[in-house]
Ligand binder design. Structure first.
Ligand SMILES: [Zn+2]
Ligand SMILES: [Zn+2]
Ligand SMILES: [Zn+2]
Length: 122
């Protein structure tokens, strides 16, 4: 039992070390399994203080006669728009149109922020 363990280790160990040393540092800026760790670079570039809300409702929905399910506020320009549960998803549309990556929930009692680029709470 002991012998088998030692010989297996000797064998695979050397080969593995060589393979690992050959590999370049994988990826550029995308660390594997980093989704749980903080690392959103966008919050650092947000205006301080936060821009005032553009209004109390989603302008896009008002114009289209739709009703937003929940409201979000863009933390770059202050635009209030609707969440992805709403018919027109104006907050996501705003991000796609402008590149404004971070928004905050504009619902009473909620203060979480979402980064569209990193796709998580920041
Ligand atoms: Zn981000
Ligand atoms: Zn809307
Ligand atoms: Zn914006």
């Amino acid at each position: 039992m002991f012998d088998r363990y030692r010989s297996t280790r000797k064998h695979g160990g050397a080969a593995e070390d060589a393979r690992r040393a050959d590999q370049p540092a994988a990826g550029s800026g995308v660390p594997a399994g980093a989704s749980a760790a903080p690392g959103c670079a966008h919050t650092a570039h947000l205006p301080d203080p936060e821009p005032p809300a553009s209004g109390e409702g989603c302008r896009g929905c008002d114009e289209a006669g739709q009703h937003p399910v929940q409201l979000r506020k863009c933390l770059v320009c202050g635009l209030v728009s609707c969440c992805d549960s709403s018919p027109s998803r104006h907050a996501t549309a705003h991000f796609l149109a402008t590149g404004h990556a971070v928004m905050r929930s504009h619902e009473p009692g909620e203060s979480w922020r979402w980064c569209y680029v990193d796709r998580r709470i920041v």
